[in-house]
Design a protein around this ligand. Structure first.
Ligand code: ITT
Length: 185
């Protein structure tokens, strides 16, 4: 089986490629834009995306909507992570967190997968904290300012290490479990 990964984000493509190679799953990167409505959860974004892509005739694909949720900022940027990254960026988040002692945050990754007539939606979570300054040159997006263990940022980890503990790695694990349970792989 070849799964089409529909995303505009090359960082996600690398992570899916690494994870799927380890699982022996065929993979194809597809760029088709779909609307991301202003709703309150990642799951709602994914459900809407799946509806739109199915209506366009796409099959055997997955989409991923992710975000970083900062406790002190009451979950911001959350579903607005994409817009916030493009506007104020990591420096803007660090400015909002200046002098704040509670730096706890988590990443969520919601994956929606359509195979044949089946739709599976899973969410992986990675708890951690917002660092006081960017660290590391790897990864993408919020990786330099997020640490899962208070020691290293995601941007300082090799991809395969990030995939073991990250929101996306966990979501991929849940997806595989569900695909196996349904006898689809
Ligand atoms: P697609 O929707 O086309 O897949 P996107 O980059 O818009 O790509 P999201 O809406 O899921 O993806 O991502 C929201 C923001 O969060 C965006 O700026 C990403 O770079 C960032 N992001 C997502 N996953 C991340 C991760 O694992 N590490 C760091 N930042 C991440």
């Amino acid at each position: 089986m070849i799964l089409k990964v529909v995303t505009s984000n090359p960082g996600k493509v690398e992570e899916f490629a690494e994870a799927f190679a380890g699982l022996g799953i065929g993979f194809e990167h597809v760029r088709i834009s779909y609307g991301e409505p202003q709703v309150s959860t990642l799951e709602e974004v994914v459900e809407a995306g799946i509806r739109e892509l199915r209506a366009k005739g796409l099959s055997d694909f997955l989409i991923d909507d992710s975000g970083m949720f900062v406790d002190h900022l009451r979950g911001f940027p959350g579903v607005y992570s994409s817009y916030v990254q493009k506007t104020i960026g990591n420096d803007g988040i660090l400015r909002l967190m200046e002098g704040v002692s509670d730096r706890s945050a988590h990443f969520r990754c919601c994956i929606g997968c359509c195979i044949g007539g089946e739709t599976i939606i899973v969410t992986g979570v990675s708890p951690g904290s917002v660092l006081c300054e960017p660290m590391g040159r790897g990864g993408f997006g919020y990786d330099p300012i997020f640490s899962p263990d208070g020691k290293r940022s995601f941007a300082e980890m090799p991809l395969e290490d990030k995939n073991v503990i990250s929101h996306r790695g966990r979501a991929i694990g849940l997806l595989m479990k569900e695909l196996k349970r349904k006898g689809l792989i």
